[in-house]
Design a protein around this ligand. Structure first.
Ligand SMILES: *Cc1c(COP(=O)(O)O)cnc(C)c1O
Length: 347
């Protein structure tokens, strides 16, 4: 039976070309990038090349990129780091109700430590309201953290407008762009983004490696302390193979971005049309305009999400079901989330 993989929001298949690029760094090129001899200089060079690849994809400078263990660590570092870095200025953070747990749980922890957090709402399509954002701002607000694109409903938030509101009010703007990289054109400078998280395994790279962009000049306290790696902001010997894989993966997705968007959108739209025509009592969720090209979130009335998933699994189809607590449609429906992809490898 063929596997039909529709769960690219959960993770993606690693690109064969990415693996090929990583292999030397798991075999012959094993030097520690901090070492001065040739074997170390070789891996240092590879890490710095990957940093340039990431910077190019985001429209920033290489020295604004820090490598981490993934999206979760990048979110934790940015939010905690900036909250503590500017604690003398204020203790208020604004985020949304539909953030990934990496953001929400960090905010909840910070609340226990004395920070104040406002969680702004979204409409039925998962869009935040800019007026609500503006009115949540206080003199003590130091950070706004709003995700670029949602992992369940696919909604893409208006980054530039949020960034502009933040900048006008002298507040830092962090975004969890883990779902956006490889699916949306990103330019952190044009979008007034001060800090951004990404994770390689969401765009055909390896798992357990991510990056954090932080605009030059922003103070942020490290959460992992130790050696002097990553400009004293993230201690620990670099995951060289992972970093090289991340660099290659982001370069590849950016090269084919337009093509990928057109292709997955076509597949997604065809799928939704077929489901609409053939299955009664369903609702397609999410914003029709500002939605990830491959994302599809469908509510099936009176059907248990888990049993639907099990039946799909019998047919070799991988998708996710969510009890979307934040969204109105969760109250009476269960929804199936799938995310289309362009086939990368010939498997
Ligand atoms: C997957 C995901 C994360 C977590 O990334 P990891 O690399 O798995 O830690 C964070 N935010 C969003 C929106 C995600 O989809």
């Amino acid at each position: 039976m063929n596997t039909i993989y529709l769960d690219n929001s959960a993770t993606t298949q690693t690109d064969a070309e990415v693996i090929k690029t990583m292999l030397p760094y798991m075999t012959t090129a094993y030097g520690n990038p901090s070492s001065v001899y040739q074997l170390g200089r070789e891996t240092r060079k590879a890490v710095e090349e990957a940093r340039e690849q990431v910077a190019k994809a985001l429209g920033c400078e290489p020295n604004e990129i820090y490598f981490t263990s993934g999206g979760s660590e990048s979110d934790n570092t940015a939010i905690r780091g900036i909250a503590y870095g500017y604690q003398t200025k204020g203790n208020h953070i604004i985020t949304s109700k539909i953030e990934h747990p990496a953001v929400l749980e960090t905010c909840k922890q910070l609340e226990k430590e004395g920070f104040e957090v406002s969680y702004i709402d979204v409409n039925e399509n998962g869009m935040i309201n800019l007026e609500e954002l503006k009115s949540a701002i206080k003199p003590t607000t130091t950070l706004i953290s709003i995700m670029f694109a949602n992992n369940e409903i696919g909604t893409i938030q208006p980054m530039k407008q949020i960034g502009t509101i933040a900048r006008e009010n002298h507040i830092y703007f962090h975004t969890d762009a883990v779902q956006a990289v490889g699916n949306v054109k990103i330019d952190v400078k044009k979008m007034n983004i001060d800090s951004l998280s990404l994770s390689a395994h969401k765009f055909y790279g390896p798992k357990g490696i991510g990056a954090l962009y932080v605009k030059k000049g922003i103070q942020f306290n490290p959460i992992i302390c130790g050696g002097h790696q990553e400009k004293n902001k993230r201690a620990g010997t670099e995951n060289v193979a992972g970093i090289v894989g991340l660099g290659k993966a982001i370069e590849l997705v950016n090269q084919k971005l337009e093509e990928h968007i057109t292709k997955v959108k076509e597949l997604r739209d065809y799928y939704e049309k077929q489901v609409l025509e053939n299955i009664p009592n369903i609702k397609i969720n999410g914003d029709t305009e500002n939605r990830l090209p491959g994302n599809s979130n469908i509510s099936f009335q009176g059907v248990q999400g888990d049993s639907l998933l099990l039946n799909l699994d019998f047919k070799g189809i991988c998708a996710s079901s969510r009890k979307c607590l934040y969204f109105w449609f969760a109250r009476s429906f269960s929804c199936i989330v799938s995310n289309w992809s362009t086939t990368r490898n010939s498997t």
